[in-house]
Design a protein around this ligand. Structure first.
Ligand SMILES: CC(C)(COP(=O)(O)OP(=O)(O)OC[C@H]1O[C@@H](n2cnc3c(N)ncnc32)[C@H](O)[C@@H]1OP(=O)(O)O)[C@@H](O)C(=O)NCCC(=O)NCCS
Length: 221
């Protein structure tokens, strides 16, 4: 998606930067892991296919992707951007007739970074960006039934169980989880406080470390 090509998002732990060609080599290394292929229901690609995929994510209007960086390493300038990479997060507009629906995908690829809050913060920042900048009102996540950690995380974001489906590519059974913000966004009633909670959590991050910045560096060429 061209829209996010000059956007950097920062949380307390993570910085999200647009996925560019410089990230592909490391990404390709990650996706050689059979564990990650299974957890994300992905198939291994050649390096050339991975570059092509990166161009698609960059150019296609229905895809928005960011690379997740370890923010502390990144802002400290202790390493190259590629060395700060810990995962990726995507929004995919699944319904051409309704651009308010997005599938969200998240991967904290570096095992040593899992279970430390990176996935949760990344998801929160991405959903916040989706709601406030892309006008998303409904999120979906397609998760392997065996991926209990991912299920627990999306449940903590108030996603609700939907249909189960066989993934034709991998043969795994997946379940679709939904987070419908439509009613919530149109209501200020106490029962619909979830999007406010997203906002509050982001503001909490901001207050804690002056960190939630939607830094749109428009100068980027
Ligand atoms: C699933 C994934 C995104 C979670 O991110 P993470 O950084 O590891 O998890 P976090 O530390 O942010 O924790 C988020 C939530 O996940 C759940 N969780 C994390 N680690 C867990 C564990 N070991 N056991 C059970 N639940 C766990 C909890 O609900 C946790 O929320 P809480 O801390 O409020 O209880 C990450 O583990 C990952 O990318 N794994 C590999 C790829 C993958 O499975 N992607 C998802 C495809 S749908």
């Amino acid at each position: 998606m061209r829209l996010n090509q000059a956007v950097e998002l920062q949380g307390r732990l993570v910085a999200l930067v647009p996925y560019t060609a410089r990230h592909v080599l490391r990404y390709h290394q990650w996706m050689k892991s059979e564990e990650l292929q299974k957890l994300t229901a992905s198939e291994p690609l050649t390096l050339e296919q991975e570059y092509q995929m990166q161009r698609n994510w960059q150019d296609d209007a229905d895809k928005c992707t960011f690379i997740v960086l370890d923010k502390l390493k990144w802002v400290g300038g202790l390493c190259t951007e590629e060395d700060c990479m810990v995962g990726d997060v995507n929004l995919f507009l699944t319904d051409p007739e309704d651009p308010t629906i997005a599938e969200i995908e998240i991967m904290i690829a570096e095992p040593s970074y899992r279970g430390k809050g990176f996935g949760k913060e990344t998801t929160m920042v991405m959903m916040y960006y989706g709601v406030t900048k892309l006008g998303i009102k409904k999120f979906q996540a397609k998760i392997n039934l065996e991926n209990t950690i991912s299920i627990a995380m999306f449940q903590s974001f108030h996603f609700e169980e939907g249909n189960r489906r066989d993934d034709l590519k991998t043969g795994n059974l997946k379940q679709i989880w939904h987070q419908n913000l439509t009613r919530s966004l149109n209501s200020s009633g106490p029962e619909y406080l979830w999007p406010l909670n997203i906002r509050k959590k982001c503001l909490f991050v901001l207050a804690a470390v002056k960190a939630f910045q939607m830094a749109e560096s428009l100068e980027k060429h």
